[in-house]
Each structure stands twice: as structure tokens, then as C-alpha cells.
Design a protein around this ligand. Structure first.
Ligand code: ADP
Ligand code: ZN
Ligand code: ZN
Length: 790
């Protein structure tokens, strides 16, 4: 008899319960177990032949629904993540699995086992509808299609076990959850019979359906659906149909290109990687990295293996996805968190069944359950989007990929024009293989020429506009040549620093050489690494006594109106968080721009990723300074990466590119290196600095943050923790107020714990957490290997 700990999918805090079982069973198996009066789904976590203490009566597992639901190597990966990031295994499982896989609804688990023939008839019908729809699509542009689904509250109520008949019947209140239920029932009672029938059909179809098909199936009309939307019953949204690519598509199948000698060498290095090895493919923007990925994957598919390709953001890299689809028609699965639950779920099902060959996805796709993984690729590996902020675990996809590479015996390729310092250092010290592509591939494509403009000089000449005279000339010339340009601006709403526009002086912390952050509420400048703070300076620069001394930060909107004033004849598009709120709208803006509907695009750093627009020959970087003065030791690295990536968007077609980089500190090492687009000029001295300070990759970091409504309590927690941690190994920075010291009425303080590279944070961190307790009302957030300040 075995004693089996099962992760039970039920809304209770402690979800590990012990059951008995006779016969074979493995961690990662999907089971059904009795829980209260019901049967629920669960996953086997551990096995033991000893009964738990204290002895008590145990129930038995009802049945094993799916053997190897999560294969052993995959299970070990999840355990490793839980351990390293100090997160309960449950949260890791929830992060990895799409919602609804580990579900109270057992039928869903059962559905996973087999082929579509096991689907319930309506689900099968919907599945087929979707399938046919995708196969018949031949249009070149992105396809959009309207879908509908019930409002989340309906689903939620159903999950509480409120039957549909109950929901749609007149109000009968229960003691608990009274307000929510009564509110809903008040609404529900207003649904007409006709509407109820329509809703029932939607539920019957699996909860989500494409609008056009739904109208047919439910024998209803658009106005009825519209009415239901207005009354808050269902949501209507339009979504991109991700084409699988097909032989019918109106473009010829893309053929492999003849590789350049540098590309050939890189490809052979990839092909000789052994299990668990990592190769850093460092190639300037446009050097043909994607072409190498494609050619590395092709032979794997012939061997029946699969490949996983991660990108920082799928919406901004449609071209990459398209190139894969053209090269491997019908073999590409796209997986990211913007998919609807149903889509994610179906995608998983196919991946587990071994149907997916190449999966392209964002961070969470690192959990794609591909059975015969032959290669993993992380493109733009330096990108911060690979690190999850919240919810826990705050994992980094690159770290997870490395573990997975070892556990599943599959090589890993990291591609970037500006590798993360960690990655470059690993290549330098032989932990990674290194392959370098120093030149652009294809026809006569030099890197763009970068001009640095000293904005202090502009001020002295009486030019107050956000565009320097040089940039204005370049915009004029670009427009006359009939080409396009992008104006780039970095903006982080919450962060302000103080800069002298006459001499470029920035107020920095005397202890940490990071810029001080201005806090408007109490007129204080603070360092977010240590506890240093100082009052707001007089309205005069301490270095040169100029009065052009001020808080920095200009929005894209301001720039837009300035540009319209300067160039009334130019058509301008704006691309920032405000204009891209709606799903898919960033893609629309980019499409309009690439169709030539505007000469100028103004945008924030969202614009930097993987854009390949051949007509763009001018890039203006309006204020490099806000990049250079973030209160964080990684700020220079990010600034260099951003500036290089932005510059790389220029001159990707047949015309040479130009970049104008405006700054108040033209002598800043990052500006100098970025102007030459010289990665090593920036990286080597920066690594030396990091080594001296013991920051990554020459040390391990853990960030601990506390928040609560009583400031004194929060500070006390941070102080006690700092005290406790400083007894042991490593060094403690802080306590200091968090980057956002007060958020939603909660005070926030942080401590940064720095360990030598030889000492991993675990198990020290767990021991520490076992010893300490926080008062009620204070929560602690832990980020292992943090990329951002809290
Ligand atoms: P990266 O991924 O490094 O930015 P890409 O693979 O996108 O580079 O290549 C940039 C451009 O050069 C693309 O238009 C691509 O089709 C082209 N290209 C890549 N390799 C070759 C080659 N060997 N011969 C001709 N063109 C190439
Ligand atoms: Zn000054
Ligand atoms: Zn400091």
C-alpha cells in the first residue's frame, strides 16, 4: 500500500492531501480523488510507504485518469522551480498548466487522454468548426474574427456549483456570498426565455464560440446577441486567427537561403551541441539569426522531433512567426498567454499528444509539454519580458530553459544582438558555447550611422524644442526622399530624476552611483538601493548654478503635438501604452505604418522589439537620458540594449539607415558605445564594475519586499529581516523604501540580499523564512535573481 500526496484542485489554502493506493503510480500522474462529497481532479506529488503522522483514516484514490500526465523530467523541472524561486509547488503547477487542465471538472482531464473523438459532441463540433475555418483561410493579412463567451461571473458562479437552472431562475438567496449572488440573480431574473436559451446554447458549446458559427447553431440573430452584451451577460471580442500556414496560401513556400560563411559556422556549432549544452548566438541586428534557427530546426522535424522557439512578445514579432509558417507550413503552433483559455487548453492537448512540431511562444511557452524536444531557442534572450514579475514563481524563462535542457537532454540556443551580461559572461568562462555574427546578412547592409546630438548645446543656442536642429533637418530630408522614420522616447510614468539641462548634471546617490528618484509627495530625493535621501535642491544646479534644472520626463503626447507643429505636412502615428490599450491595436498601428499611412511613428520602448520595416531609414532617439538614469544597477545595460536595438530598426531595406541620438550627456560611456554599436566597448568595462560590486553575474541576488498599511510595521519587518540576514553569508543592502514606496495605500520597503557566486540562495533562504514570521497585515514578496527593483 502506498501513501500518496495529491495536489487537489480545490479552492482551499492547503491543497496537498494524502490518499492511499495499491498498484503502480508515479508523481505527475493525473488522478481523481474523493474530496468532501465530490470527486475532484488532482496530480500526484509524492509517494511514500510510510503512513503520515499522526495516523488517521485515509481515503483511497478513485482512479488514475492519466499516466504520465506530467512526465518525470517535466515534474522534476517544476520541483526545481518551486525550490529555487521559493514558491509552493502548487503555484508552479498553476503557472505551467493552462487554467482548467487541473480542474475540478474531471471530464476535462479525461478529454486529454485521447483524440478528438473523445470530445463531447458539441465540443467536437466547435473544434471542427475552428479547424475548418483555419484551414480555409488564404488571406495574407492578419485575420480577425468575432468570438463570444459568457461574462466571467457566470462561469464563476457555475464553479461554485450553482446550477444553470438555478442561476436563471427567480432569486432564492443563500446565506453565503449573498451580495454577489443576489446581484447576479437580480440580473438573471431579467433574462428572457429567449435569452436563456441562447445562453444555454453557448454553455453547451463549451463556453466560447466564434460569432458567425454561433448565430447559426443557436438559430439566433446579431441584435439578440448584442442585447445580451449590453445587459452584461456575455462578452464579444475579436481575435486574431493564427493561421497554421497551408499549401493553399497565396505565397510560395519559403526556401532556405544559402548561408553566409559565418552563418554556416554557427549552424554547424548548433548541430554539434550535445544534450544539456547551451550556445550563445551573438549576432548584430539583421545578421541572419532567424535563418539559422530555421535551418537548425528543419532536420529535427524530419527525425520526428519537436522544437520550441521563445520570443519576448508575440504581438510585436509577427514577422518571425510568419517566416516560420512559410518555411514549415502547417507545423507551427503558437502559444502565449493572450490566447483564450480554450485555445490554450486545446494547444496543450495537441502538444501532449505529440502533434505539435514547432511551438512558438512567449515566456510561459517554456512549459510547453513537447514529448520529443530536439531544440530550444530563446530569441532576444536579453529581454526582460522573459522574467515573470507576478504571480509567484517569479521565474526567468532562460534559467528554466537551462534546467529543462539538462533534464530532457536537449540543446539550447540563446540569440541576441546584445546578450545579457550574464550570458556573455557564461560564454566567456566556457559555460556556454559562443558563436558570433559580426555583420548583417543579405545585400549591402551596413549598420546604420549614428549621430550624437548634445542637447546642452541646443539649449545654449536657444533651441527649446524636443527635436534638435539636426533631427529636424533629418526628418525634413527623410520626408523629401519619401521614406519613413521613427521617433523613440523612453518613459516610465512613475520615475522622475533631476537633470540640469545646461551641464547635464544628474543627482546621484553618493553610495551607490545610481540616480536619485524624486518623490513628489514629500519633496525628497531617495536612493532605492540604500537608505540615502536628501531634500529637494534649490532651483539651481549644484554643479553650474544654472536655473535650467528640472524634473525630467516628457510624454509621447507632448512630443506628438510638438512634431505636428514643426511639420504640419507630415502624417504622424503614435504607439504607446495609451494608443495600444485594446488587444491587437499595436499590430494595427504597425500595419498602418508599414502600409505607408504615415511618415513618422512616435513611440516608447514597446517599439524596439524585432521590427523589420524596410522603408524606415531614420530613427530619432529623443532623450537617451531617461534611460541612463534609472535607479537600478542594471540601468546602463538596459539602456545600451535599448539604444542598440532601436538603432537596429533603421536601414533594414535597400537604403542606408541613420540614427540621431539626443542626450544631455554625450560623453556617457553607454552613449559612446551605443553610437558605435560596439557591444564589447560597453560590456567589458561594465562586467569589471559588476565584479567589483559583486552584482550578477558575480554574485547572487534576492530581493525581499514587504508591504502593509502600517508603515512602522513594514519598516520593522524589513529591519528585522536585514538584521537576521546579515548574521549569515553575504551582504545586505537596505532596508530602503521600495521604488514605489506607497501603492494602493500600502507602504512598501525592501531589502536586497547579495550573496557570493559560490553560495546559491537556497537552502539559506528557506531556512531564513522558516525562522521569521510577519505580523498580520504585512505581506512579504520574494524575488530570486531579480531583474527589477521592487
Ligand atoms: P536577425 O534574426 O539576426 O535579425 P534575420 O534572419 O531576420 O536576422 O535576417 C535579416 C534579413 O536578411 C532577412 O530579411 C533575411 O531574409 C535576410 N537573410 C538572412 N540570411 C540570409 C542569407 N544567407 N542570404 C540572404 N539573405 C539573408
Ligand atoms: Zn548644471
Ligand atoms: Zn544608495
Amino acid at each position: 500500500m502506498l501513501f500518496v500526496q495529491v495536489l487537489v484542485d480545490c479552492p482551499v489554502d492547503e491543497r496537498l492531501f494524502t490518499y492511499t493506493w495499491e498498484g503502480s503510480i508515479q508523481p505527475g500522474d493525473g488522478v481523481s480523488v474523493p474530496f468532501g462529497s465530490r470527486m475532484v481532479g488532482g496530480i500526484v506529488v509524492t509517494l511514500s510507504d510510510q503512513p503520515p503522522e499522526p495516523e488517521r483514516p485515509l481515503k483511497s484514490i478513485e482512479s488514475v485518469l492519466h499516466r504520465g500526465f506530467l512526465p518525470p523530467a517535466y515534474w522534476h523541472l517544476l520541483e526545481k522551480i518551486a525550490h529555487h524561486y521559493c514558491t509552493p509547488l502548487l503555484y508552479v503547477v498553476q503557472t505551467a498548466l493552462p487554467t482548467g487542465l487541473l480542474n475540478r471538472n474531471q471530464r476535462r482531464i479525461a478529454r486529454l487522454e485521447g483524440d478528438p473523438s473523445k470530445l463531447t459532441p458539441p465540443a467536437l463540433q466547435l473544434w471542427q468548426h475552428l479547424g475548418t475555418y483555419q484551414q480555409n483561410e488564404v488571406s495574407w493579412r492578419a485575420l480577425r474574427k468575432q468570438f463570444l463567451r459568457p461574462e466571467p461571473w457566470l462561469k464563476e458562479l457555475e464553479s461554485w456549483g450553482l446550477a444553470r437552472s438555478y442561476l436563471y431562475s427567480p432569486p432564492v438567496l443563500r446565506p453565503k456570498r449573498q451580495t454577489m449572488v443576489s446581484l447576479v440573480l437580480a440580473t438573471a431574473a431579467t433574462a428572457t426565455k429567449r435569452q436563456q436559451a441562447v445562453l444555454a446554447t453557448l454553455q453547451h458549446l463549451g463556453g466560447e464560440a466564434p460569432l458567425s458559427q454561433f448565430l447559426e447553431t443557436a438559430k439566433t440573430t446579431r441584435p439578440t446577441v448584442q442585447k445580451l452584451v449590453e445587459q452584461g451577460w456575455i462578452t464579444l471580442w475579436d481575435q486574431e486567427i493564427l493561421r497554421r500556414g497551408d499549401s493553399d496560401l497565396p505565397y510560395p513556400k519559403d526556401q532556405p537561403k544559402t548561408l553566409t560563411p559565418a552563418q554556416t559556422l554557427a549552424l554547424s556549432q548548433i548541430q554539434t551541441l550535445t544534450a544539456g549544452q547551451t550556445l550563445l548566438l551573438w549576432g548584430v541586428t539583421g545578421s541572419g539569426k532567424t535563418e539559422i534557427y530555421l535551418q537548425a530546426i528543419a532536420p529535427l522535424l524530419a527525425q520526428g522531433k519537436s522544437a520550441l522557439v521563445l520570443v519576448p512578445e508575440i504581438g510585436l514579432t509577427p514577422q518571425l512567426t510568419e517566416r516560420f509558417q512559410q518555411r514549415f507550413p502547417g507545423k507551427i503552433w503558437v502559444y502565449h498567454s493572450a490566447l483564450s483559455l480554450g485555445e490554450r487548453y486545446d494547444c496543450w492537448r495537441q502538444m501532449l499528444a505529440g502533434e505539435a512540431q514547432v511551438v512558438i511562444g512567449t515566456r510561459s511557452a517554456i512549459f510547453a509539454p513537447l514529448p520529443h524536444l530536439g531544440l530550444m531557442i530563446l530569441d532576444e534572450e536579453h529581454d526582460g519580458a522573459y522574467k515573470q514579475d507576478r504571480p509567484a514563481p517569479s521565474y526567468h524563462a532562460r534559467t528554466v530553459a537551462q534546467w529543462r535542457s539538462v533534464l530532457e537532454g536537449c540543446p539550447l540556443v540563446l540569440g541576441s544582438a546584445t546578450p545579457a551580461l550574464e550570458s556573455y559572461h557564461a560564454a566567456q568562462t566556457g559555460r556556454y558555447q559562443l558563436s558570433h555574427l559580426p555583420e548583417r546578412a543579405g545585400v549591402h547592409r551596413g549598420l546604420p550611422e549614428v549621430t550624437v546630438v548634445d542637447m546642452r548645446e541646443e539649449l545654449h543656442q536657444g533651441v527649446y524644442a524636443p527635436l534638435s536642429r539636426r533631427l529636424q533637418q533629418e526628418v525634413q530630408a527623410m520626408a523629401e526622399r519619401g521614406e519613413q522614420g521613427i521617433l523613440f522616447l523612453n518613459r516610465r510614468g512613475y520615475h522622475t530624476f533631476i537633470l540640469c539641462r545646461s551641464c547635464g548634471e544628474v543627482l546621484t546617490c553618493p553610495h551607490c552611483t545610481v540616480s536619485l528618484t524624486y518623490h513628489e509627495t514629500d519633496h525628497i530625493l531617495r536612493c532605492h538601493h540604500c537608505r540615502y535621501s536628501r531634500p529637494e535642491p534649490e532651483q539651481k544646479c549644484p554643479a553650474c548654478s544654472s536655473v535650467h534644472f528640472r524634473y525630467f520626463g516628457t510624454g509621447t503626447q507632448k512630443i506628438e503635438s510638438a512634431v505636428r507643429k514643426l511639420f504640419p505636412a507630415l502624417r504622424v502615428l503614435r504607439f504607446d501604452r495609451d494608443t495600444t490599450q485594446r488587444k491587437g491595436s499595436h499590430r494595427q498601428i504597425l500595419e498602418r505604418f508599414s502600409r505607408g499611412e504615415a511618415e513618422l511613428l512616435i513611440g516608447t520602448q514597446m517599439l524596439t522589439k524585432g521590427l523589420d520595416l524596410p522603408q524606415v531609414t531614420l530613427i530619432g532617439i529623443l532623450a537617451a537620458d531617461s534611460l541612463l538614469n534609472m535607479p537600478d544597477f542594471r540601468c546602463t545595460e538596459r539602456a545600451f540594449q535599448l539604444l542598440t536595438q532601436v538603432a537596429g530598426r533603421s536601414g533594414r531595406g535597400s537604403e542606408p539607415g541613420r540614427v540621431v541620438l539626443q542626450t544631455y550627456s554625450p560623453e556617457h560611456p553607454v552613449v559612446l558605445a551605443a553610437a558605435r554599436q560596439d557591444y564589447l566597448q560597453f560590456t567589458l568595462p561594465e562586467l569589471a564594475d559588476r565584479a567589483e560590486l559583486g552584482f550578477p553575474p558575480f554574485g547572487n541576488l534576492v530581493s525581499l519586499g514587504w508591504q502593509g498599511t502600517t508603515e512602522a510595521q513594514v519598516i520593522q519587518c524589513a529591519q528585522e529581516a536585514a538584521q537576521e540576514l546579515s548574521q549569515g553569508a553575504g551582504e545586505v543592502l537596505g532596508p530602503a523604501p521600495a521604488l514605489i514606496p506607497r501603492l494602493r495605500r500600502q507602504y512598501r520597503w525592501q531589502v536586497l540580499w547579495k550573496l557570493p557566486p559560490t553560495i546559491p540562495p537556497q537552502p539559506l533562504l528557506s531556512h531564513f523564512l522558516d525562522k521569521v514570521t510577519w505580523p498580520k497585515g504585512v505581506t512579504c514578496q520574494i524575488d530570486v535573481d531579480p531583474l527589477q527593483l521592487w
